[in-house]
Design a protein. Structure first.
Length: 328
């Protein structure tokens, strides 16, 4: 048995949100006062998360990305990672983090053979970083960046390109790849900031970002993307690292999508842009067996929409949640 949708796409990648809580208040993700966080008992327990992951791995999901909110905000997250690392059907466990809380855990992450860390960092300037995140933690995050870069964990930097804020730093981020073995990933800004789409002076989409880069460098090498890659990848000749652009909002990456999401409260999403299909938490707490869970996953994935535009239209184009609620 495997998870396959009506378009023949095989689902092998789960994005699992550990919590809806976060220690930062990034402007493109949530309002300044934060979001209405749910009661703790509404969150999936670690035991429930382990069970979901185990059942999905028996259906061919071999890659898991743990997101939030900020996963390291949740107590005992590292212990959960340890239990997850015993699942021999998982080839990759990856984590997306803002880096403010993890510098003391890097040795443990290496020990657990975590595959890759995606570090969210939207500015290399302390004052601007504070303005974007509404928190003064740049020193801690940059320290984490340097420690991760020296570790044996694969490191990707996630940079949300925000009109009027950090577009002047795109080249600075690419220059980091000159001497460091990192992958810088520029992400189109999404409308998930907890209150509807932010008013932007200009749209920095994939085309505009790559045009800006090519104006600066005489040669930009296009790399062969892996199947189901979320980014279009490039490098500057003779630079050690690479950079990529994730067309998250213009959605030109849907045709070979291999991903599903489960939010911190157990909402199953076939697509980032859908409104959630069913609550797996409630189904488990009502006594569902593993076989019933498997059948539900198989039936639901079969209905996965062809792309993010169709998913968004089906929910009435209301995308006002916070990315922290969905799972970044």
């Amino acid at each position: 048995m495997e998870l396959r949708d009506q378009f023949g796409r095989r689902i092998s990648y789960l994005r699992l949100a550990i919590t809806d809580r976060c220690n930062l208040r990034c402007q493109y993700c949530m309002p300044a006062h934060g979001i209405d966080i749910v009661d703790r008992k509404e969150l999936l327990s670690y035991k429930e998360m382990y069970r979901i992951t185990r059942v999905l791995s028996e259906l061919g999901v071999n890659k898991v990305r743990l997101t939030g909110g900020e996963p390291f905000v949740r107590k005992d997250f590292v212990n959960f990672l340890e239990s997850l690392s015993f699942n021999d059907k998982l080839d990759e466990i990856n984590i997306t983090t803002n880096g403010a809380l993890i510098s003391n855990h890097i040795d443990k992450l290496e020990e657990l053979n975590i595959n890759a860390i995606n570090l969210s960092i939207d500015s290399l300037q302390k004052d601007k970083f504070a303005k974007i995140t509404r928190r003064d933690v740049f020193v801690e995050v940059y320290d984490t960046f340097e420690k991760l870069e020296k570790s044996n964990l694969k490191l990707k930097l996630n940079v949300v390109v925000q009109s009027g804020f950090n577009t002047d730093e795109i080249i600075d981020f690419i220059e980091l790849s000159k001497t460091k073995d990192i992958a810088v990933r520029f992400i189109e800004e999404m409308p998930f900031n907890g209150k509807g789409q932010r008013d932007m002076q200009e749209e920095w989409n994939f085309e505009k970002i790559i045009h800006h880069v090519k104006e600066h460098y005489s040669e930009v090498e296009t790399l062969q993307d892996k199947k189901s890659s979320t980014s279009r990848n490039f490098k500057i000749p003779n630079y050690i690292g690479t950079f990529g652009i994730i067309p998250a909002f213009t959605r030109t990456i849907c045709n070979d999508c291999n991903r599903i999401r489960i939010t911190a409260t157990g909402m199953f999403k076939n697509c980032l842009f859908d409104g959630g299909v069913f609550n797996v938490r409630d189904f488990m707490r009502d006594g569902a067996s593993d076989d019933e869970l498997k059948q539900l996953f198989i039936d639901t994935v079969h209905k996965k929409p062809e792309n993010g535009f169709i998913a968004e239209a089906a929910r009435g184009n209301d995308v006002s949640e916070s990315m922290s609620t969905i799972g970044g």
